[in-house]
Design a protein around this ligand. Sequence first.
Ligand SMILES: [Zn+2]
Length: 93
Amino acid sequence: MTLNLAPVENVLLDHHGKCPNCGTNWDGGSIFDVLREQDWCKEKSAAELQAHIDDCYGTDRPQRFSRIVGISCYERDRVIVWQCPDCNKSWPR
Ligand SMILES: [Zn+2]
């Protein structure tokens, strides 16, 4: 797979903000609200669900999903490129 990367830009991407290229919103909604609607979480109390989210996603960043696409490198086992799902522009991580 060949990635067509733009020259490295000093762009600080806000994964819950707007794409600096096309302007679409990358916010994917509250993790709590999304999980609340899923069958496997229906029997959890609000406190239990919040504790699960705190454990899995941490409490030091927004507990929101992002629509931005992370492209991983198999050998390095980490995301190396972020890509907008709407305009497909990519930024090196
Ligand atoms: Zn975009």
